[in-house]
Structure formats: C-alpha cells, structure tokens
Design a protein around this ligand. Structure first.
Ligand SMILES: [Cu+2]
Length: 322
C-alpha cells in the first residue's frame, strides 16, 4: 500500500513538472484581461475540484477503517453527499463559467486583422494597409484589435493561450473576435483542432510591440520591397520564377501572385519558416526549399531538385525581402 502511494506521489510530481519550463504558450501566464479571466476560472475550478477530490479520499479512507463493523450511517448522509452537495457544486461551477464566458465578449477594436487557416499554415492580412504575411501576427501593446478568422479548407482553431480562448476557423463563415496584449513580447499560438497530418506543426507567433514600433513595422510593410539591383539578387529573382515558385507564392511588386502557399513579400523579416517549425536563417531556408517534406512531411509544398547555385540564389533573394 505505502509503496503504491509513493509511486503515485512520484508520478504526480513528475506530471506537475510538465507545467514548469517554458511559458511562451502557457495559459497559466496570461498577458491580457481575457486570458486572465480564463486563468482565474481555471484556478477556481482546480481549487473546488481539488477540495472535492480530497474530501472523497478522506471518506474512502474512513470507510476502509470501518470495514468489518456492522453497517451504520443514514440515508440523509447519502442524499446530502451524493445528490445535494454535488448538484450545488455543479451549479456554482456553471454560474462562474457562464459569467466568464459573458465577460469575454469581443471589444470593437481599433483596426482589423484577418487570419485565414490553411493546411498547415496561417495567412495574416491587414486589409487597412494591404499587408499580407504568414504565421506571424504583429499587434500594438495595450490596444484592442478586431480579428476576423476563417478557413480556406478544413476547420482549424486559433489559440494563443496567453492572450485569449480558442476560436474556430470555419470555411465560408467569418468569426469575429478581438485580442489585446497588455505586455510586449512574443506569444506562441497553435492550431487547436485536429486538421490533418501536420496539425501539430501549425504554429504561429503573436508579436506584441509598443505602438510606435508597431507603426514603424506597418510603414515598412505597406510598400512592396525595392526590385533587386544587386546581380546576385537578380539571379535569385529569376531563378525563383524558373523554378515555378510563383505558381504557389506571391511577392508583391513582382509577377508572382500565387495563392496556394504563404505570401513571401517580406519573408526576410519573418522569425520562422514552415509555420513556426524552424528559425528563419539562410541555411534553414535552403533546407526548406530543397526538401520541405523532410521538415514537415505531408505539407503541400513539393520537393525541389535545384542546382545548388540556384538554391543559394533563391534563398539569398528571399532573405533580402525585408
Ligand atoms: Cu489547423
């Protein structure tokens, strides 16, 4: 018995260590009012249900000690402990949860960001400024931002645990809501609804920046990048078209207007490649272009059998697009 208990305690402690570590995607480290409300609800439920569990174990223990004695107790105890108290607790939990849900009503928002889920990446549009990017959502700190989300294929779910609750991305139906980050930082999000083979590798970042920095970010991205002048970059630009990348990708200011994959207009300034899968470096980019299937098996970008000098030229060109 005591060996069993020791094992149980060890397992529980091990499980708790999973809650430590990185907090970039932890709903227990909220940085917005709505995430704080959700975390508050979570702690409240943990406390209540922890109390219930404790009470049940105490009763179980008492029951075990009374084994062998003649039966006693009363019907009243069973009715109170088995019906009235549980019903009361459930009603309290329901009321508190409903109040939280009502408090999470979306705010009007100062501007709109559209997020469109694709298998297995996120298209991000700022219609006010004509900016299109992917897998990265820049927002100003302390401002409510209106979000409109939908899906280009199957149902996805948009979730940044430190900022807000989950919201479904549905084909053909636009779901509006709002987010607000109260502290600058990078907050990881993740698709929260199974959507196919690479569902687990459908991540993204919300980058919350001070309003002035955000304005500068917008100013740099509303214009397409300058056409390449450097011969090495022109080589990369031409190789991009020769390799048919433009069939699926758009680069504003060029003839590439593909819609199947992420917009690459400002790829050089993005933090990650493949929806949060690998850091955006020149080496990783070459690896991705040559064989995206090795990094994210089953994703919708095919392998490319390019001569090394073309591969290098394309990657250098794309990294120059800031
Ligand atoms: Cu998804």
């Amino acid at each position: 018995m005591s060996r069993f208990l020791t094992l149980l305690v060890i397992l529980l402690v091990l499980q708790l260590t999973a809650c430590l570590g990185s907090d970039t995607q932890s709903m227990l480290h909220p940085v917005s009012l709505s995430a704080e409300r959700i975390a508050g609800l979570w702690w409240f439920m943990l406390a209540v249900l922890g109390g219930v569990t404790l009470a049940v174990f105490v009763l179980l223990f008492l029951g075990m000690r009374l084994r062998g004695r003649p039966p006693g107790g009363s019907t009243g105890f069973v009715v109170a402990g088995g019906i009235i108290v549980p019903a009361l607790i459930l009603v309290i939990l329901l009321v508190v949860a409903l109040r939280t849900t009502v408090a999470l009503k979306p705010a009007p928002g100062t501007f709109t960001i559209q997020v469109i889920g694709h298998q297995w990446w996120w298209e991000v549009r700022y219609p006010e400024w004509g900016i299109v990017t992917a897998n990265e959502i820049h927002v100003p700190v302390g401002m409510d931002v209106r979000l409109e989300v939908w899906s280009a294929d199957v149902i996805h779910s948009f979730w940044v645990p430190r900022l807000h609750g989950k919201i479904d991305l549905l084909p053909d139906i636009v779901n509006p809501f709002s987010i607000r980050a109260d502290r600058p930082g990078e907050y990881r999000g993740q698709c929260a609804e199974f959507c196919g083979t690479q569902h687990a590798k459908m991540a993204f970042l919300v980058v919350a920046m001070p309003p002035a920095e955000f304005e500068a970010w917008v100013d740099e991205r509303r214009m397409p990048p300058e056409p390449p002048a450097d011969p090495a970059l022109i080589l990369g630009h031409d190789a991009f078209f020769e390799a048919q990348c433009h069939a699926c990708h758009a680069i504003r200011g060029t003839a590439a207007v593909g819609k199947v994959g992420p917009d690459l207009t400002h790829l050089g300034s993005r933090l990650t490649l493949g929806a949060g899968e690998i850091p955006n470096t020149l080496g990783n980019l070459q690896g991705w272009i040559a064989n995206p299937q090795a990094i994210k098996p089953g994703n919708l970008m095919p392998r490319n059998y390019l001569p090394p000098k073309d591969l290098h030229a394309i990657a250098t060109y794309l990294e120059s697009l800031k």
